[in-house]
Each structure stands twice: as C-alpha cells, then as structure tokens.
Design a protein around this ligand. Sequence first.
Ligand SMILES: [Zn+2]
Ligand SMILES: [Zn+2]
Length: 157
Amino acid sequence: MEIKDLPQVEELQARYREYNERYFENILPREITIEWSKRMTSAAGSCNYRKKIIKISVWYHLKYPEEIDNTLLHEMIHLIVPGHGPKFKAYLIKLQEQGANVSRHSKEKAKDPRWLYVCPKCQTSFKSYNRYLNLYICRHCKSNFKEYKLNDFKEYL
Ligand SMILES: [Zn+2]
Ligand SMILES: [Zn+2]
C-alpha cells in the first residue's frame, strides 16, 4: 500500500454524500472539505465542525486501508456531535444497526506501547505503555536509556 493507492479526495467526497443520505438523512452539510493529512500521526482522523473540514491520516490508513470508511463515518458524526458522550454513542449504535462499520476507537488501542527506550551503548531496548520519568539505566552497561515517543493511533479525535 502506497500513498498513491489511497482513494482520491473526490472518491471520499462521493462516499461522504452517499453516507450523508444513507445514514444521516442528509442533515450534514452538503459542502465540506475532506483532506488527507500527512501531519496527523497520533489520530486516525479529525473533524473541525466550524470550518467543516474532515482530515484523514495518511499514515494510519496506509496501515489500515480497510478502516477509511470507519474513520470517515466517525468524523461525520462529529460534524453534528462534539466529543464522545452519550449523544455520540447513540449515533454509533444507530449507524451500526444500519450496517455501518463505525467505531469509537481506532484499531490501535491505548494499551499499545507508546514509549520506546533504547540503550545507546548496547542497543538493549524495550517498549512501555507507561513513561519512565526517571531516566532508566541499562542493567548491562549502566548507560542511560534514550527515550522515543512512538506514534500512537490511540483513538480518533
Ligand atoms: Zn546497555
Ligand atoms: Zn471522535
């Protein structure tokens, strides 16, 4: 899967119109902007309901191309419902009952390790969900581990 294999924005716009009719009784805005984002590394998608812009992460969907519609539908709900409270949940259930593949969380869960620690000397490494605020010392060579933040697609924005 390469960037050029991802659907064009025109295709996403066509799906948007189709889903607006099928799942939202056309109550969503007719004209919105849908963009692929290369800068979005920590979420699958985002929605600015004031500006009517839905951004979809290039990186997440290169990894999970089958999740594009899920992300699009999730962000479409945010055009009318901010946050993930009871109203959002009610929409999810309504769409799922109509056969839509849409979810609250994206594939990579919060439990995935988010920090990577590497010993610069002997290259010993480990991943961790919790961040070690005190610098971790390598038990082999007593060097300080270096810390890296891993891209985490924890949940949709
Ligand atoms: Zn070491
Ligand atoms: Zn969301």
